[in-house]
Design a protein around this ligand. Sequence first.
Ligand code: UCC
Ligand code: FAD
Length: 561
Amino acid sequence: MTRFTQQPPTLRDPYSADPQLRGWLDRLLGDAGHAAAKGRLAELSAEVLGPLRAAHHDAETHPPVLTRFDAWGNRIERVDTAAGWRAQRDAAARHGVVALPYLADSRATWGAGARVVQHALLHLWGPESATFSCPVAMADGAAALLSLPGAAHAVHRDWLDKLTSTDPAVAVTSGQWMTESQGGSDIARSTTTARRTPHGWRLTGDKWFCSAIDSAMAIALARPEGAGPGSRNLVPFLVPRYAGDGVSPAAGLQVLRLKDKLGTRAVPTGEVRLDDVAAHPVGDPDRPGLHTMMTLVVVTRLHNAAAAAGGMRRGLEYARSYAAERTVAGGLLAANPLHRATLGGLAVDTAGAFALAAHAFALLGRAEHGDAEAAAELRLVAPLAKLTTGRLAPAAAGEYLEAFGGAGYVEDTGIPRLLRDAQVLPIWEGTTNVLSVDVLRALTSADGARPLLRRFEAAADAAVHGLPGVAEAVVAAARRLAADVETAAADPRDPRVLAGARELSLRLGHALTAALLLEHAAWALDRGDERPALLASLWTLRQLGRADVSAELHEHYDELV
Ligand code: UCC
Ligand code: FAD
């Protein structure tokens, strides 16, 4: 009897096999800038294919374990993680995934573009990181926060140096403790308090979701005693997680439980009790404000978009590989028009998610380098990128599973993880609805939608090179959006406006994506590269024109997938 076997999907080198990534790096960094990054990207890519894939598998199959007490009844609160998780920690430091934008030599080489290079690293590594990309995101956010002028204390500097170290023996990651059981979206309800003592500040309260609880520090929101209610009176505090020995928990800190989660299973996410735990305010505690904390949150939301786009890219790659081997109805799946159209559509969505994430990181770099226009655009692009990619990723992941048939539902193929891990992306770092309300907030701020509306106009011009109907779809969508944005900005608290916030935000996100893809396509056409124009046209027709482009997706499968 012959044993029945199926060919497992293989992975090509994620850097050299991703023309969109390479094209965007050429444009955003210039040829010389991209050339300067190639060595780093190729090195990480090679590691992703080998040791990091193995480490990823190890960490996923050996979830973290919390031991609260030793055999003698002493409280130890030890979190044991897999060797693979620790290998990811080591790799994140060595490859500078957090550090890159903060290093003097990368700033000298790429300037604001260091954030673009960082995004490329995340894109390559994230899907094989066992979600170590989560503590990386929070460490980056904490580093951005500690880089603010208001965080100039020696304690801040010391932690910033560790967060941005490329030496695995020195580098640390951070947690981000915002959520409390009574409200994760509604941070205003936070009850954790901060008390000033002769020996410094002390925090007391319960934090309900604390991811990467093995990290050396966290940034926790707390309300200084005597401060008023509401989110405006919360202050970010730096909390060292461990005592001086680096092993025992900080005095007063308990990890009550690890969450049993649908996905992100390698990440230890704890429920934490703080009872007079030593902490250092970031910024002036007498002048509280959530806006300081939002420096961190904007960074982590961008990482979320990067994770969505990276995960979608990897799902596509696996599905492409499987389709090239699997036979149905007397031929290869990759030759079947309907399957080709299905994967072609996913390739277009993947390209859109990448464009949003890449653009957001480019803006972040420019904003951090003092570009006020970029900062104004980022205010709107950050929630749009997070919420739009956060909805695309689980939808795509569901399709990737289906593309494997039954094998996609079988745990040890590794495929179900794509869906489980994608499903967190629209929840943490602010749900789709909460970010849609944030979009309304941003639309009423100083520059409002102006930067986006300008992009839509430029896109309409660029679209004339695309497939028939593309320019018309952009112009019509832009006109409708301009009117709807004006209505929303006039009275963002009107229940009818609030009810439509999600729909409006997603339409804005899709139109922004079309604009970004078209902008890139126009640049690429000048260099004789027609693939980006195909992607941009298909995205625009599908998302803005609501057209059925199945025949084109089938026809152009080899270019798209
Ligand atoms: O989930 C989490 C970590 C997960 C693990 C890490 C994953 C990383 C990605 C990995 C990839 C693999 S941490 C928890 C995340 N939680 C949230 O994001 C909270 C969601 N809720 C919101 O976003 C809400 O919109 C709030 C809490 C930010 C605001 O609600 P309020 O209370 O209604 O706030 P207000 O009154 O509208 O605004 C209060 C202040 C104002 O500033 P001031 O006081 O100067 O007037 C606002 O302008 O906050 C300012 N503000 C902002 N500033 C509010 N939103 C923003 C913003 N987006 N940017 C700048
Ligand atoms: P709620 O706020 O109760 O939301 C319930 C529903 O109400 C949602 O559908 C939401 O969209 C909707 N809703 C809420 N407000 C509005 C509104 N104004 N308008 C319209 N609809 C609204 N948090 C941390 O601080 N640190 C962490 O490290 C962390 N790690 C996490 C890890 C995982 C795996 C998960 C799943 C969550 C993590 N979180 C963390 C918590 C996460 O940020 C929150 O769960 C999230 O922000 C939602 O808050 P909530 O759970 O209180 O839901």
